[in-house]
Design a protein around this ligand. Structure first.
Ligand code: GLN
Length: 195
């Protein structure tokens, strides 16, 4: 695999960021925890983890990260959002304020509450074999506008979406030992920005 030109940042203000750091470490890729605007310098890509999107959005604004994150995502920096992270990258009604970097509308907690969390074997376009998808109080992707497109569908709804250099997953690949989705993202980071 080609090396990304810089470290891959992981937004580390709330949520399951440590599992993404571990996945990157297992892939032999340099990473950096992002907690303040200066941590965003010279990144080859950025992961927005799962967690609680309302808290993450609030803290991002409090730490002065919200606008820099939005500008980076819009400028073509490869960004990968999982669950709450994908909520932040996309659009939607009500709370929390989102980065609106991808024309993807997500409805929070739309599969139900914590006990309605589920797993499913997913067929994902970039992968030859199914991927074990873990959905925890996941959002539903209710609308996609071009150039966003679904790379995986479950129950009639997109669960993995690509839009330029942005990748949005409503499941948690970092909760499995399977590194294939992270590997796809690292490849995008190695290719560099689109603009
Ligand atoms: N329900 C959470 C939210 O709306 C997302 C859950 C998750 O990231 N697993 O932010």
């Amino acid at each position: 695999m080609n090396e990304p030109a810089g470290p891959i940042g992981v937004l580390a203000i709330q949520g399951s960021y440590h599992l993404h750091l571990r996945a990157l470490e297992r892939l032999g890729v340099k990473s950096r925890e992002v907690r303040k605007p200066g941590d965003l310098e010279s990144l080859a890509g950025l992961i927005l983890p799962g967690g609680e999107s309302t808290v993450m959005s609030l803290l991002a604004r409090e730490y002065g990260l919200f606008e820099p994150l939005r500008l980076l995502a819009l400028s073509g920096l490869p960004c990968f959002g999982t669950c709450a992270g994908s909520i932040l990258l996309g659009r939607g009604q009500g709370q929390p304020p989102r980065l609106e970097a991808a024309p993807v509308e997500l409805l929070r907690n739309a599969y139900g509450s914590q006990i309605d969390s589920f797993t499913a074997e997913l067929t994902l376009e970039p992968l030859e074999r199914p991927f074990h998808g873990v959905f925890i109080r996941a959002p539903r992707i209710v609308k996609l506008d071009p150039p966003a497109r679904a790379l995986g569908i479950h129950g009639g709804l997109p669960v993995l979406v690509e839009c330029g250099n942005l990748l949005l997953a409503t499941f948690h690949p970092e909760l499995t030992d399977d590194l294939r989705v992270h590997e796809c993202f690292v490849k995008t980071c190695a290719q560099g920005r689109t603009s």
